[in-house]
Design a protein around this ligand. Structure first.
Ligand code: AMP
Ligand code: ZN
Length: 113
């Protein structure tokens, strides 16, 4: 997708601090971290949001498996972490390429703002 910042990260047209990648996803550090560990997990394929993932597509399952892998890698599986998807304007989505926030290293509040 033209002009999609995360597609540009996938295509290595703009730099990012990659912490993991495979044939389906990339994980990189958020530019404005909201926790000591704040990664974005994104599919290589462009979907505007979770609303655009076709039924039967297993990308979200894969992304959560990678989130668990990141928790193990960072040693936060026991203390806990949070995975967040913001969808649409009221959901607080600012980048229209499906992504999941992986947040860890501090106590999370509930409800979110
Ligand atoms: P959201 O508000 O859920 O759409 O989240 C978008 C996130 O992308 C924000 O936390 C931004 O800080 C982050 N972000 C935007 N551009 C970049 C970039 N070039 N590299 C890393 N993170 C980015
Ligand atoms: Zn994109």
């Amino acid at each position: 997708m033209e002009d999609c910042v995360f597609c540009k990260i996938v295509n290595k047209e703009i730099p990012s601090q990659v912490v993991y990648e495979d044939d389906k996803v990339m994980v990189f550090k958020d530019l404005e971290p909201q926790a000591p560990i704040h990664y974005l997990i994104i599919p290589r394929q462009h979907f505007n949001s979770i609303m655009n993932v076709p039924a039967g597509n297993d990308i979200v399952q894969h992304i959560f498996m990678i989130a668990v892998k990141m928790a193990v890698k960072e040693g936060v599986g026991d203390e806990g972490f949070r995975v967040v998807n913001n969808c649409g304007e009221l959901g607080g989505q600012t980048v229209n390429h499906l992504h999941f926030h992986f947040l860890a290293g501090r106590e999370m509040k509930w409800p979110p703002g």
